[in-house]
Design a protein around this ligand. Structure first.
Ligand SMILES: Cc1ncc(COP(=O)(O)O)c(C=O)c1O
Length: 213
């Protein structure tokens, strides 16, 4: 099913699953494993690689010459989107949201901000009295008037296309778990796309297995 959706290879898959022996021992509980989605590639890796593999073809299909996205100052999503755009030769504009009061200089200029600059992304700071998505829309309207074709990626790359990446990840996990060791998945969630994709992936696989019974 997933193979019917356009996809551009941006990362390294499948990512390995490793045993966390020391944490397992320290906690004295069930055996804990880690799915190494920090190793997906694309500007040091992270969970947005999987999402962008399905989102970027849509930007290209829509003939976008500018990808616009939003995120916190140190957004990993913004960094990986900037990298994907650099690879594909599409301009990238990141509208940054200041979520911290009195943010230190290093937070404002290093880390992902530094990498965004290297990848050639344009960055605009959203005024604190404005909603970041509305502000991004104003900027896009402005650019459209200048003849630009912008394409918007929501915060965290969490939309119906981005979720495909984590439906596929669930398939990958089940394939890797040949001994049926895993009973629970624990994950970090922010914009919710990773969580939604994994849940939907599990549901689809359950339905397929039921149909095969
Ligand atoms: C490293 C990392 N893990 C997990 C998440 C959460 O993923 P999602 O936005 O799909 O909920 C994010 C982004 O917010 C992230 O940067």
């Amino acid at each position: 099913m997933i193979d019917n959706f356009p996809r551009i290879k941006l990362g390294h898959f499948p990512t390995p699953i490793e045993s966390l022996q020391n944490i397992t021992k320290d906690l004295g509980g069930p055996e804990i494993f880690i799915k190494r989605d920090d190793c997906t590639g694309l500007a040091t890796g992270g969970n947005k690689t999987r999402k962008l593999e399905f989102i970027m073809p849509d930007a290209i299909k829509n003939k976008a010459d500018l990808v616009v996205t939003v995120g916190a100052i140190q957004s990993n999503h913004a960094r990986q989107t900037a990298a994907a755009c650099a690879i594909l030769g599409i301009k990238c504009l990141i509208v940054l949201e200041q979520r911290l009061a009195n943010a230190p200089e290093s937070y404002m200029n290093s880390g992902n901000i530094f990498l965004n600059k290297i990848f050639g992304a344009e960055m605009i700071l959203c005024p604190t009295n404005k909603n970041v998505e509305e502000f991004a829309e104003e900027i896009m309207d402005d650019r459209k008037r200048q003849g630009v074709i912008p394409y918007f990626i929501p915060v965290g790359g969490s939309n119906h296309l981005g979720e495909l990446g984590y439906i596929e990840c669930m398939r990958e996990i089940i394939e890797q778990d040949s001994e049926k060791l895993f009973t629970h998945i624990v994950l970090a969630t922010g914009s919710g796309g990773t969580h939604a994709g994994l849940l939907l992936g599990r549901l689809i696989i359950k339905v397929i297995l039921k149909l095969l019974e």
